[in-house]
Design a protein around this ligand. Structure first.
Ligand code: NAP
Length: 342
């Protein structure tokens, strides 16, 4: 498209207050990026902010807040809501903050949900104050919360009856990766809807895997949660063993990080874990919830997962000892408690 045509189109958009998507094909991209035209009143066209589509976000917790930051930074219009209003303050002036999830449903084109668990997603969608009644056909709900795969599928089917699209997008990584845009996103749902929303997903996820039909992504996420809970517990048990032997557990972590057993957990969290407490990035109660989801799913599928049972019992023990609102690496405190160590 030549410059004169682009300017004419921009002037038309300005005059008509047209609010839609313009695919200029200016960047020749495979992801069908949409470009925002800005007409400054003097005929100068800029392409500073690239998007006209409005993104909604419900849930500004440890994950939702940095995700919101990335979306705004990338130039999208964002409308957001959090049940506890105080958490909205961090976004004031940067995004449109509204008083209910229903207002998000009414004004956004794609709506991201990042809330605690299966019950929370169902409440946000289907309670008497839920979004379901207010989402128009053709819009897309993007669920980034870890929930029961069978429920995720039921939600998709219910939305489909109203021609509302559903993408299940569990995320790998925590708030630190969300802030830097380095999450890994697993996507299940319709491929076309995935492609349409890839630009927004890429604002917070540097790697995006399209898995296929719902709830494939959720199954993979549960398997990964099992892995990270087991790994954290193994590091905790190893450091307790080393400490009991009169050695410095920091040395153990340092050695782990010099071997093929190194992970982002051992690099970022493990040293802090053996030295004291950590700011929660994933609450231990959420890790227990994820292990419960895996257990329930294995039960539905009649799959025997013996390690899962043991790890889940440990996290349940830690939760019952009062560590639910600590970071999940507080599993080390529980292992110390049962070994009568400080
Ligand atoms: N943190 C991580 O490292 C991580 C990584 C990957 C995936 N996840 C998953 O991402 C999801 C969010 O995790 P998070 O760490 O951000 O949790 P979080 O910090 O505990 O935040 C939970 C959010 O859900 C909202 N919420 C809970 N119940 C609700 C309800 N009934 N109605 C409306 N809002 C409700 C909370 O609102 P209030 O503020 O009002 O309580 C809060 O905004 C979870 O499914 C988690 O398993 C987390």
């Amino acid at each position: 498209m030549n410059a004169t045509l682009v300017r004419a189109l921009a002037a038309f958009l300005q005059l008509s207050s047209w609010n839609g998507l313009v695919n200029l094909g200016l960047e020749g991209d495979a992801e069908r990026q949409t470009t925002k035209l800005i007409y400054d009143g003097e005929g100068i066209l800029s392409r500073g902010a690239r998007f006209l589509r409005k993104i909604g976000l419900v849930g500004l917790g440890n994950m939702g807040l940095p995700i919101a930051g990335r979306i705004v930074q990338a130039g999208f219009s964002l409308v957001a809501y959090n049940r506890t209003k105080a958490k909205q303050d961090a976004l004031r002036g940067k995004a449109e903050m509204v008083g209910s999830q229903r207002e998000v449903a009414e004004s956004a084109d794609s709506i991201i949900i990042a809330v605690s668990d299966t019950t929370a997603v169902e409440e946000v969608m289907f309670s008497s104050q839920g979004m379901y009644e207010r989402i128009a056909a053709g819009k897309t709900v993007i669920n980034c919360s870890d929930i029961l795969p069978s429920t995720s599928k039921r939600i998709m089917e219910k939305l489909k009856r109203k021609n509302i699209n559903y993408l299940e997008v569990p995320l790998v990584g925590g708030p630190v990766q969300a802030k830097t845009g380095d999450l890994v996103a697993l996507v299940s749902g319709d491929r076309t809807r995935y492609e349409e929303n890839l630009d927004v997903l890429k604002t917070f996820a540097s790697k995006v895997f399209f898995i296929g039909p719902v709830p494939g992504a959720m199954y993979i996420k549960l398997a990964l949660n099992h892995l990270s809970a087991s790994y954290a517990q193994s590091i905790a048990e190893g450091s307790v063993l080393v400490e009991k032997a009169g050695l410095d557990p920091s040395l153990f972590i340092q050695i782990v990080n010099s071997t093929g057993f190194k992970t982002s957990f051992s690099e970022i969290k493990a040293m802090k874990m053996v030295k004291g407490s950590l700011e929660p990035t994933l609450y231990l109660r959420h890790m227990l919830k994820d292990l419960d989801l895996t257990d329930q799913t294995a039960e539905e599928m009649k799959v025997f997962l013996p390690l899962l049972q043991q790890v889940r019992s440990s996290y349940l023990g830690a939760y019952n000892m009062g560590y639910g609102d600590r970071d999940y690496s507080a599993i080390v405190k529980f292992i110390k408690d049962v070994n009568r160590m400080k």
